[in-house]
Write a protein that binds this ligand. Structure first.
Ligand SMILES: Nc1ncnc2c1ncn2[C@@H]1O[C@H](COP(=O)(O)OP(=O)(O)OP(=O)(O)O)[C@@H](O)[C@H]1O
Length: 310
């Protein structure tokens, strides 16, 4: 079933077009990533989905509801993780969750949420005393406290150190396992690749591509290289005859096979048939950052300086 549908979304601020024409659908139970350069229109798109902004044209359906017309109903079903919390420093974790619970008709049990999010021993800790990672986890808990079927998480791990980021990823996977559909906006290619079932690449207010991480990487990188050494004699025609191979070079005993498609399995199969063992086999593996660059013409931003988890 479709959880979320965005069709031909268009949104401008005065004369500035923030979102030109964005369409995508998210199926129930998916983690759907949204990536793209700064200013691409990602936040504007998710703010329209959350009913925080009114589209100029296009249609949005959240579980069959319209975020503006059915605002109250959508609020009950869609949780949004805010980038800036704006909490009073003195509020405790439990007080914040209790307060947010009171806004919803059928809230989740926040005591279970603090367990799930590893905040159980911080229930009585004041907001100002939480570490960066703990504040982030609290903001996720607050996005989930209404018992939503869809959660929007925007820049989930910005500012966290690598361990805290990995912990947060595990957590998101667990939240999805509870049946929540997740829309994840992120600057981090490793995060998008690791967590997302599918990803939309947004550039210049348009969708440049939507697919699984593996398919995006494959589409963006037609050219691959497999390198290896062999002990036994090898007739190069075994490789040049393969449909996926475009070039074979031998330099100082090291073979480099260039091609596309299922290059590695084609080469491995041909070597096996020739009864030749490849040593020191390497594949130039392209990642989502290459795909990002191919679709947007820009390299993804590298992570900002990290904040230590306390
Ligand atoms: N309230 C606003 N008023 C005017 N222009 C805005 C406003 N919010 C965003 N914009 C502009 O609209 C465009 C899209 O912004 P948006 O925040 O949606 O992009 P983004 O992809 O989320 O970027 P980032 O990754 O930097 O958060 C940008 O050019 C931005 O400067």
């Amino acid at each position: 079933m479709t959880a979320l549908e965005v069709r031909n979304l268009h949104k401008r601020y005065g004369r500035h077009v923030a979102v030109e024409d964005v369409s995508f659908t998210v199926e129930e139970g998916e983690i759907f990533g949204v990536i793209g350069p700064n200013g691409a229109g990602k936040t504007t798109t998710v703010e329209c989905i959350a009913g925080l902004r009114t589209p100029d044209s296009g249609a949005i359906s959240v579980l069959g509801l319209d975020p503006i017309r059915d605002r109250a109903e959508v609020r009950e079903r869609l949780g949004v993780q805010l980038q800036e919390s704006g909490f009073p420093d003195a509020i405790t974790v439990a007080e914040a969750l209790e307060l947010y619970s009171s806004y919803y008709r059928n809230p989740a049990d926040w005591r279970e949420l603090v367990e799930l999010l590893g905040l159980a021993d911080k229930r009585d800790t004041r907001y100002k005393a939480l570490s960066g990672g703990q504040k982030q986890r609290l903001s996720i808990a607050l996005a989930l406290v209404g018992g939503p079927r869809i959660a929007i998480l925007d820049e989930l791990t910005t500012g966290l150190d690598p361990q805290a980021r990995r912990d947060t990823w595990n957590l998101i996977a667990r939240v999805r396992d509870t049946g929540v559909t997740i829309l994840l906006v992120t600057h981090f290619m490793d995060e998008a690749e690791r967590l997302s079932d599918r990803i939309a690449v947004i550039d210049g207010g348009r969708v440049a591509a939507v697919d699984t991480p593996a398919a995006l990487i494959a589409q963006a990188n037609a050219v691959q290289r497999v390198r290896f050494r062999v002990r036994q004699p090898l007739d190069g025609r075994v490789l040049t005859g393969l449909p996926d191979v475009t070039d074979v070079q031998i330099t100082e005993g090291r073979w480099t096979v260039t091609g596309s498609g299922q290059l590695l399995s084609s080469v491995a199969g041909a070597l096996a048939r020739a009864q030749v063992v490849a040593e020191d086999l390497r594949v130039d593996r392209h990642g989502l950052d290459d795909a990002f660059e191919a679709f947007t013409g820009r390299a993804p931003e590298s992570p900002e300086p990290l904040q230590k988890e306390g």
